[in-house]
Unconditional design. Structure first.
Length: 273
């Protein structure tokens, strides 16, 4: 079934939908992305218009479809060891911790918007290397169930791994052969060390999430307006141990949150003890 291009009114309704569901402020420049990503769903469901799809999403009876729409509108591309400086600082923090792991409590890192999993697996490689048998944990979360499913497989195109140190590739990854050529699989031992779970940063965080030594909250805040950003960061900081570090994306800033956190270097902050 052919459907007409998305109208400004229809687009405005989806802007509101994604803000209500995920706290994401979607600029007008995303109109083509919204129509492109949702067009397949309209086709699949045989719906005549974006408006008909919006009504289906908001009638309360199609929760799975609403989740799918959120997945389609929030997914972003990522790669291994993005912003190498953050991983150097992670290594330093883990090395400092190794000498005095608190009474057997694990060193914990949270990848709070893990997308398809490259970030948490990069974190796990560093911790496996530095801490080895000492206790450590990586929690990875995202609002999108679809990317979490992909992340759990640990299977990636080789071009996403160009920043992985060669030693880590040898130790923690398997190179695809024959029909899997051009791909890479994170080895099972490392995959089993990363716990993936769905978390919406725009709502109360799950009680059993616990607290962390380091939180990666990178390239998420670009989607939030000022008030939502402050709420999300406040929530996340509530799960950061005093003295712990928060890493954000290089194009982001927390200037207006100086009362809760101290800048270390651009894109890295520390929670006061």
């Amino acid at each position: 079934m052919e459907h007409s291009a998305i109208s400004q009114g229809e687009f405005a309704r989806f802007q509101r939908f994604i803000f209500d569901m995920a706290g994401i402020t979607m600029s007008d420049s995303k109109k083509a992305l919204v129509s492109g990503r949702l067009a397949k769903r309209l086709q699949h469901l045989g719906l005549p218009s974006y408006d008909a799809y919006f009504r289906l999403l908001t009638d309360g009876a199609h929760k799975d479809e609403a989740q799918l729409a959120v997945d389609l509108l929030t997914t972003n591309e990522t790669y291994f060891f993005r912003e190498m400086r953050h991983f150097e600082l992670l290594r330093e923090a883990a090395e400092a911790e190794r000498h005095h792991l608190r009474g057997g409590a694990p060193f914990r890192v949270w990848s709070a918007a893990c997308s398809s999993g490259e970030e948490p697996y990069s974190i796990a490689m560093v911790l496996a290397d530095v801490l080895g048998a000492a206790p450590w944990e990586v929690t990875a979360s995202d609002i999108s169930t679809r990317v979490l499913q992909r992340a759990r497989t640990g299977h990636y195109p080789l071009e996403r791994t160009s920043h992985v140190p060669p030693d880590y590739l040898r130790r923690y990854c398997l190179k695809g052969v024959r029909e899997q050529q051009g791909t890479l699989l994170v080895n099972r031992a490392l995959r089993e060390r990363v716990q993936f779970r769905q978390v919406n940063l725009n709502t109360t965080l799950p009680g059993d999430l616990g607290t962390f030594d380091i939180v990666f909250l990178r390239n998420v805040m670009i989607y939030f307006n000022g008030a939502t950003k402050r709420q999300v960061v406040t929530r996340v900081l509530g799960r950061l141990r005093p003295g712990g570090h928060l890493f954000i994306g290089h194009s982001e800033s927390l200037q207006d949150l100086g009362d809760m956190i101290r800048p270390v270097i651009p894109s890295v902050y520390r929670k006061p003890e």
